[in-house]
Design a protein. Structure first.
Length: 385
């Protein structure tokens, strides 16, 4: 039944007409096999690596270990001492730990960066740090709190932080956890849980609310909110070359999804927990919500937890510029698609040995794509020989 819904657009259309839902997209063509990509192993033996990134133009790669350290790969070698060790203040395991890192756009000049982690009480913390005089070591005493969000359950903590093309810091927060969003956080504008936030870290103490955030004049709404209706936006990214935001929002029992939006448009409702992917979840007759549908969904026959990636803008794979890559924590596969003029094209399933449990993608300083896996590996996507 589930398979038939995915592949038979006529049946899907009939089901949708019969259900109290806004119109959904027709089922897209299946994923076409593709070759020409390989993975290069950059580092192994990492302790649950869950993100990798580089300051703009920097030749080093910074890798997060979920247990609480940031490691540096310099000239192809993993440095023995960490850039920053936060293990004493972090609770890790499951979906908790050191989850996100964002270098300030002016990092080369100001040395400022931000980390997202689970504190010892299980709450989400975002702290601001500075590099020390040694460029390969952060000043561990420089940490100040930017944001603290109490977490009602151990799972669905989000964890991604990234600067947008507008210079604002975007923060992904899951619905708080448990299952099914029992407190309705996704659809509530009164909580930061289940949201994408947008804050100005260059003004205010500890931050300022951008005047053009969508809910600054909405009674009872948290002004940090940029978008809502998210279940667990574990990874999201901005296209380096276009004002496009792509979110991989992890599903509940059946459907994983990728959302694409104009990065300049705030206030979108991504649907959770009214909908899971394109399907009703706690949808009620009479609901007047108009959720933004995902552009991609896949069922749990293909995986269990989407790992959102990046629109490729590097140099090593010129024919793939503009292609968005993503994976799944249980799937081991690499898929890609292009998004232009409001539609998906070139859906591809890459012929590669299993990547393992993909925890995250990342971009190095030149825009080449990195992959971290639960097996302790840091990989780079390269052309097949
Ligand atoms: Ca949680
Ligand atoms: Ca959704």
């Amino acid at each position: 039944m589930v398979r038939a819904m995915r592949t038979t657009s006529m049946l899907l259309a009939v089901l949708i007409l019969a259900a109290p839902l806004p119109p959904a997209r027709a089922a897209a063509p299946e994923w076409a096999p593709a070759s020409g990509l390989a993975t290069q192993v950059i580092a192994t033996g990492l302790d649950s690596p869950d993100f990798a990134t580089s300051p703009p133009g920097d030749a080093r790669i910074f890798v997060l270990e979920q247990t609480g350290t940031i490691r540096i790969v310099r000239d192809g070698k993993l440095l023995p001492h960490p850039f920053l060790d936060l293990r004493a203040r972090i609770a890790s395991g499951g979906e908790r730990g050191l989850l996100g890192l964002a270098f300030h756009p002016a990092f080369a000049r100001n040395g400022v960066f931000f980390v997202d982690y689970t504190d010892r009480k299980g709450d989400t913390r975002i702290d601001r740090f500075r590099v020390s005089r040694d460029p390969d070591r952060a000043d561990s005493a420089s940490g100040t709190m930017l944001l603290h969000v109490p977490q009602p359950y151990a799972n669905h903590n989000g964890g991604m932080i990234a600067f947008g093309p507008d210079g604002m810091l975007y923060v992904g927060l899951g619905d708080g956890g448990s299952g099914g969003d029992p407190h309705g956080n996704g659809q509530s504008l009164g909580t930061l849980l289940g949201k994408l936030l947008r804050i100005d870290v260059d003004h205010g103490t500890p931050y300022a609310i951008p005047a053009d955030n969508p809910f600054t004049r909405t009674r009872g709404a948290r002004p940090e909110i940029w978008a809502y209706g998210l279940r667990n936006p574990w990874r999201f990214s901005f296209d380096r070359a276009a004002p496009t935001l792509v979110i991989g929002d992890v599903g509940q029992n059946q459907w994983e999804e990728i959302d694409v939006a104009d990065a300049r448009v705030g206030g979108l409702n991504y649907g959770w927990n009214l909908r899971e992917g394109l399907h009703a979840f706690r949808w009620t007759l009479g609901s007047n919500a108009h959720p933004a549908d995902p552009v991609i969904e896949y069922s749990h026959r293909d995986g269990c937890s989407v790992t959102g990636g990046y629109v490729y803008r590097g140099a090593a794979l010129p024919e793939l510029r503009g292609t968005y890559f993503f994976s799944d924590w249980c799937g081991g596969w690499l898929r890609s698609f292009r998004w232009s003029a409001g539609r998906v094209s070139e859906k591809r399933l890459w012929s590669l040995p299993s990547l393992g449990r993909v925890t995250s993608f990342g971009e190095d300083g030149a825009g080449e794509l990195l992959v971290t896996t639960s097996e302790g590996r840091l990989l780079r996507l390269v052309p097949a020989r």
